[in-house]
Design a protein around this ligand. Structure first.
Ligand code: ADP
Length: 502
């Protein structure tokens, strides 16, 4: 490549609340963004679905718009990277490409009872040893089984090889390649509860346990690979899809957390903290899950993950269900209108509690209300909850890792996601975990991670050092709260959590 500056990278970031296409320069400069908001369907209590055709049409629409922008700027797209909401489960007909049921979203709890049965039958530790996961409806396996058991003929069609399962990455890849490629990447596979992350293969025992026909499953590739070419009819040319990763793993890459002990936390719909634990698989003593962080050039790095199911959801709920907010950013000014939480705590367990509690049956609560409580205290409690939930996670991550970890040495947490735009959230987080919080210049870490993977595949980047070299800090928050205040507030949170645990 003689004139590198003519090239750009296209990231497709298919998230829970939106579908985005983002065009990046080779240095991570954001050149164009197109976004479509995505609706969640909640047909019954605890059920969360999305329409596959909307996801597909939105992906096409935003990608086409960004490609047009690239053309207008005289840029050539070197490759496409895909990052996606993980675990969300789809099954489609291989001949027609039509899904047999809506996408069952990661937040969906309809299979909670099935998971309790498996846990009670004693499968917990053998599943953790292979998959790094804890039995929970969050992961894809029980969602796949539910579709096969509830859609007429689905099981027999799956057994005869007529159907394909995929997470959203896999579905988009299938459609973008005109049905030629049925594949996923290791990070997405590691969220299905069917993939042995120590041997890096689908596990026959798990496939049998969950009663899932092997013919449904996609091929699994590393994060940087030639995943296939887009059908020229769809995007105007045959672009190579050179990188794929689950959104949180893409953010780990975009945040350049390549050293053991580095942690990133993304505050979007949920909050997900991933800590790079190096190339040896190990399990947590504190109910964190182990996942494949990334696999690049045959080098696999594992990560501990703490998943908080509801982060930004709480702001959406205050806005849409209670009408307490006109929009999400308004939560900051409202919060700052009161000096403290007035002992109000908001445990946002709308769809259960994730790490480190793992209580799918728990439900949200606002505690400590008095006659003096008003809107601002509830909004403040909702934002403070992000700091408390993160403290829960960071504490157990520290307990699980060795004393030489990067976070312990450097004391820095890298954050991103929609809520990282809220300075109150960032400062309160730094205060609650008593560590420096950094927000990167490229806030779109997830999309940038996907683009970086595509950049590695297309030789725009030579190695991970090229990606680390592009990372820079835009905002830095030092902890300023005194220890007694931190301790008192956190004790109040722990008390509130106790009330929602079953
Ligand atoms: P996802 O990728 O999960 O769709 P995003 O990273 O786009 O999510 O973040 C969107 C979430 O962040 C929404 O739930 C929204 O309510 C919340 N959010 C966005 N901006 C702010 C803000 N300034 N203050 C508080 N919450 C915010």
């Amino acid at each position: 490549m003689t004139s590198k500056s003519r090239f750009a990278l296209l990231a497709i970031d298919q998230g829970t609340t939106s579908t985005r296409a983002i065009l990046f320069s080779e240095t991570g400069e954001l050149l164009s963004v197109r976004q479509k908001t995505l609706a969640l369907l909640c047909p019954r209590k605890g059920w969360v679905e999305q329409q596959p055709e909307t996801i597909w049409n939105d992906t096409l629409q935003v990608s086409r718009a960004v490609i047009e922008d690239a053309q207008q700027q005289g840029l050539t797209i070197a490759a496409i990277g895909i990052a996606n909401q993980r675990e969300t489960t789809l099954i489609w007909d291989r001949k027609t490409g039509q899904p047999v049921y809506n996408a069952i979203v990661w937040q969906d709890r309809r299979t909670a009872d099935d998971c309790v049965k498996l846990e009670n039958a004693g499968y917990g530790s053998s599943i953790t040893e292979k998959t790094g996961l804890l039995i929970d409806p969050y992961f894809s396996a029980t969602k796949i089984a539910w579709i096969l058991d509830h859609v007429p003929d689905a099981r027999s069609r799956a057994e005869s090889g007529d159907l394909a399962f995929g997470t959203i990455d896999s579905f988009l890849l299938w459609r973008l390649t005109g049905g030629k490629v049925h594949a996923t990447d290791m990070t997405n596979a590691s969220r299905t509860m069917l993939y042995d992350i120590t041997h890096q293969r689908w596990d026959n025992d798990l496939i049998r346990l969950f009663n899932i026909p092997a013919a449904l499953l996609p091929d699994v590739k590393a994060n940087v690979a030639d995943f296939g070419q887009t059908l020229p009819d769809l995007l105007g040319a045959a672009y190579t899809i050179g990188g794929m990763a689950g959104d949180q793993h893409a953010a780990l890459i975009g945040q350049a957390c390549f050293e053991s002990g580095m942690i990133k936390a993304t505050y979007g719909t949920g909050c997900f903290a991933l800590m790079n634990i190096g190339s040896d698989f190990k399990t947590s003593r504190n109910k964190l899950i182990t996942t494949i962080g990334y696999c690049i050039n045959a080098d696999t790095h594992y990560a501990f993950e703490g998943s908080i199911f509801n982060a930004g959801t709480v702001i959406q709920w205050l806005r849409d269900n209670l009408g307490l907010l006109a929009d999400a950013p308004q939560s900051e000014a409202i919060t700052l209108s009161v000096p403290d939480n007035n002992e109000v705590y908001f445990v946002p367990a709308f769809t259960g509690l994730g790490a480190p509690y793992w209580q799918p049956q728990a439900r949200a609560a606002i505690t400590g209300l008095s006659r003096e409580s008003h809107r601002a205290h509830i909004v403040r409690a909702a934002l403070e909850a992000q700091g408390y939930q993160s403290r829960d996670l960071i504490d157990v991550m520290m307990a699980d890792c060795d004393s030489e970890s990067w976070l312990q040495k450097n004391g820095v947490l890298r954050i991103d996601g929609g809520m990282a735009g809220n300075t109150f959230v960032c400062q309160f987080l730094a205060d609650m975990i008593d560590r420096v919080v950094e927000v990167p210049a490229v806030m779109e870490s997830t999309a940038w991670g996907a683009a970086a993977l595509a950049g590695l595949q297309s030789n725009i980047f030579m190695d991970l050092a090229d990606i680390s070299g592009n990372w820079s800090c835009a905002r830095r928050y030092e902890p300023v709260m005194d220890a007694s205040e931190r301790q008192a507030l956190y004790a109040g949170w722990k008390d509130a959590v106790k009330r929602v645990l079953k």
